[in-house]
Structure formats: C-alpha cells, structure tokens
Design a protein around this ligand. Structure first.
Ligand code: PEP
Ligand code: MN
Length: 362
C-alpha cells in the first residue's frame, strides 16, 4: 500500500515552459558532424526543449549499428555548449548511467527493452541513487501495465523526483499498420495509477514511418499528453538506424506547427455549464448500461441453473455465433463499428460464462 502512495506523490515537476515538451534529435549519434548539424538546425526552430541522441543502441539483431558508445558523449557535451539545449541519452545499465552523468547529460531515458527487465531496472535505479537528473521511462515492449509501473517505482525509490513516462507502443506479432501497437488505454491507465506523472508520446517508434507521425502526435495532444519525443535527423535517408521514421528538422517544424493544441480545462462558464449537463447525461446512460448488463446476468444465471439441472454444457457455439452476428448487423445500423461490437460482446459473453460457471459449480 505504501508503494502506491509513493507513486501518487510523484508530482508534476516544472517540466516545460509551454506544452508540448519536445525531446528531439536523431535515433543515433553517428558522427560528430551529423550530431552537431542536426542540433544546430533543431535549435534554430526554438521549439525543441531537449536534444536527444542514442549512444548505445539496443538492436533487435546483432550486426546492426549498435551506437558509437562513449565517444558520442563528447559530441553531446559540445551540442550543449554550442546550442544551449539540454541533452538526453538512453541508458540501459549502470555504466551507461555513470558515463552519461560524467559527461554532463541532463536527461536520461530508459528504453522499452530495458524497462521490461526488472534486473536491469534495479541496476539502473541503484546507479541513480542520489542523482538529481530527469529520468524518462518508456513503456516496456510487452503490454503489461504493472511492469511499466514497477520500472517507474524502482526509479522513484532511488530518490529521483523528476520522473516522466514515454509511451512508445507495444510489440506486435502480426503485421499491423504501425511498427508497434499503440494500445492507448495502457498509458491512460498509467495516468490513473500515477495521476501526476508527466506523459510523453514517441510517435516515431509507434508509427515506424514518417507518414504516421502527425496523426499520432495529434492524437497524443488530444489525449492531453504533456509532450513528444520525435526522432529528427539532418539527412534521414542515410541514417544508420530507424531510417524510415526520422524526419528532417524542417519537417519537424512543419509537424509541430500543424499540431492543434486544445485546453484540458476552460474558464468559460457557459462552456463548463453545457459540458456539465452533457456529462450528467453520459453518467445516466452509463448507469443504465450497467443496470441492463446486471439484468442480463440475472437471466444468464437462470439459464445456468436450467443447464445444470439438464446436464447441458455452458458454451453453445452456434447460439453464440448467432448472437454475435445479430449484434454486428444491428450495431452497423446504429453507426457502431464491427470491431467495437466484437470486443463489447466478447467481454459480455465472457462475463456471462463466468457467471454460469459459478452457478454450475456451486
Ligand atoms: C530510441 O528511442 O531510439 C529507442 C531505441 O527506443 P525504444 O526503446 O522505444 O525502442
Ligand atoms: Mn530509434
């Protein structure tokens, strides 16, 4: 219980001057020239808060470019001197943390492959003890909320107060439109567990291709995220990693200019009144929905009793198929998507089976 309290106390530290906080720069530091040229162009935009570059690259397969290592930390130190932008690197073990801090890196982030590994997270947390840097924790590659919370918890317990989370999507086995599945509900659940944690979106690693960056960034802004981490390279075509998803500083400027930023609260009284009324209606419908489902479950339990008395199985596939088909057709007429009806009915069906199971085995 105490741990949960700790997390709720993570406060919205002074994160940024204006929303969104932007952490931008190349996927990887490749050469002194590439790093400096990219940084100078990004600094000119006056929209990038923190300059990022990967120094140690966790690659899925060996023999890919695995980063320039410590050498790159000097380039980042020069970037800070030249442009004034604070710098950020990814750290995956204690020696990365120590090296990065030695070279004056301001912001550390923990990648998706590392946050999935509690041993690595603990090693990093121990190395962070007593340090006063900003630390961002990306979601683990697998969609497990508690693993993400656990990684944050380890860093918080090391005494780091400026902690943020980065949503970069989750690995997918099947081929999907994006490189990673966004699963927007997970970061929303994270905010429910740790309400004040600053949340950034990484559209580059979710999308995996330039053309998706804007729609993903806009969605993050509409969901009230605090910031964005976007990969930007002076010459993406020759990038040594994540070539398809990197954009030039000029393209980044366009993307940031195009974003529509909406307020999460309003001072306009008439607006708040109307919104309040509409929300009351939503609350009413929501409670009716639950009452209906409750009534459905009463009937389900009665059927369960009959099945038990007559020694019939709970699941009857043909009946279930029929219910689902009817619902999809009816849903379509009401403007509800097939995907929605499918997942709604699967959930209702599963709950019904659970109820019947209890009746049958009582
Ligand atoms: C990166 O930011 O370049 C990176 C490797 O990200 P992720 O950990 O999200 O894959
Ligand atoms: Mn990358």
């Amino acid at each position: 219980m105490k741990q949960e309290l700790n997390l709720k106390e993570i406060s919205q530290w002074e994160l940024y001057k204006s929303r969104p906080l932007t952490i931008c720069g190349p996927c990887s530091a490749e050469s002194e020239q590439q790093v400096m040229e990219t940084a100078i162009e990004l600094a000119k935009l006056k929209k990038v808060d923190i300059f990022r570059a990967g120094i140690w690259k966790p690659r899925t397969r060996p023999n890919s470019f695995e980063g320039v290592g410590r050498e790159g930390l000097k380039w980042l130190r020069d970037v800070k001197k030249e442009t004034g932008m604070p710098t950020a690197v990814e750290v995956a073990n204690a020696s990365h943390v120590n090296d990065a801090l030695k070279f004056g890196v301001d912001v550390l982030w923990i990648g998706a492959r590392t946050s999935a590994n509690p041993f690595a997270m603990q090693e990093i947390a121990d190395a962070l003890n007593g340090v006063d840097s900003m630390v961002f924790i990306k979601n683990p590659v697998n969609p497990e909320l508690n693993l993400w919370i656990g990684a944050i918890e380890r860093v918080a317990k090391a005494g780091i107060s400026k902690i943020g989370a980065i949503h970069r999507g989750f690995s997918a086995y099947e081929h999907i439109q994006y490189r990673n599945q966004p699963k927007w509900l997970l970061p929303i659940e994270l905010k429910r567990a740790i309400p004040k944690i600053p949340l950034l979106c990484d559209p580059s690693h979710i999308g995996g291709a330039k053309e998706y960056l804007f729609e993903l960034s806009q969605k993050a802004m509409d969901l009230n995220y605090d910031g964005l981490m976007v990969e930007s390279h002076i010459n993406p075509e020759v990038a040594l990693s994540d070539r398809e998803q990197q954009i030039t500083p000029v393209q980044l400027n366009d993307l940031l200019n195009k974003l529509v930023l909406r307020d999460s609260v309003s001072n306009n009284l008439a607006f708040s009144d109307t919104l309040g009324e509409l929300r009351t209606q939503i609350d009413l419908y929501d409670s009716q929905l639950l009452e209906l489902i409750e009534q459905r479950m009463f009937v389900v339990k009665t059927i369960g009793k009959y099945k038990k008395e007559n020694n019939i199985t709970i699941l009857q596939s043909s009946r279930w198929e029929e219910v689902m088909q009817k619902a999809v057709l009816q849903g379509e007429l009401k403007g509800l998507s097939k995907e929605f009806i499918n997942s709604l009915y699967k959930a209702v069906h599963q709950e019904s089976i659970n109820h019947q199971n209890r009746v049958m085995n009582s």
